[in-house]
Design a protein. Structure first.
Length: 149
C-alpha cells in the first residue's frame, strides 16, 4: 500500500518532526527494481547464486531500500513539492525478501536561506538499523506554492 500523501510547507516544519513508512519487501519488488534500474546482480535475483554468498540468500538492492526514504520525503515529510538536493547513504545490514522495512525521516536542521531542510534518514528491520543517512531538501513556502499553483 502506498503511503498517504500530506503536503507540509517550510513554515509547517519544526526540529524533531518525523514521519515513517513501512513496507514488506517482496520478490516481485526486487525483480521490478532490477528491471527499472538495470541492476541484475544475481545476489538480488538468483537464490542459487545468493546461497553461496556471505548473505546465504537473496537480498534487496541497497537503493531499493533507500527508495523508501524517498517515498517518505516525497509523500509525507515534507511531501509533494520537496526537491531533493543531496542524500548520503550508509548501508549497515542486508535487507532480505520478506523483511518489513521501516523508513524514517526526522527534521534536524531548518535553514531560512533557500528554505532548505536537513533530514536524518534511517531504515530498520525488526529494530535493526540497515541504512542510515542524511538528506537535504528544498521545501516551498506556502506563498511560493500558491504562486506556482
Amino acid at each position: 500500500m502506498l503511503p498517504t500523501t500530506q503536503t507540509l510547507y517550510f513554515e509547517d516544519l519544526s526540529l524533531g518532526q518525523s514521519e515513517t513508512y513501512s513496507k514488506e519487501v517482496k520478490s516481485s519488488d526486487v525483480i521490478g527494481f532490477a528491471e527499472i534500474s538495470g541492476d541484475r546482480n544475481p545476489i538480488h535475483l538468483s537464490e542459487h547464486f545468493a546461497a553461496r554468498t556471505p548473505f546465504k540468500g537473496r537480498i534487496a538492492h541497497g537503493l531499493y531500500t533507500a527508495s523508501l526514504i524517498s517515498a517518505v520525503i516525497g509523500t509525507r515529510l515534507p511531501g509533494p513539492g520537496a526537491i531533493y538536493m543531496q542524500q548520503t547513504l550508509n548501508f549497515k545490514a542486508p535487507v532480505r525478501i520478506g523483511d518489513t522495512v521501516t523508513a524514517r525521516v526526522e527534521v534536524t536542521e531548518l535553514s531560512e536561506r533557500g528554505h532548505r531542510v536537513k533530514l536524518h534518514c534511517t531504515c530498520e528491520v525488526d529494530g535493526t538499523l540497515v541504512l542510515e543517512g542524511e538528506a537535504l531538501v528544498k521545501v516551498p513556502t506556502r506563498a511560493e506554492a500558491e504562486r506556482i499553483g
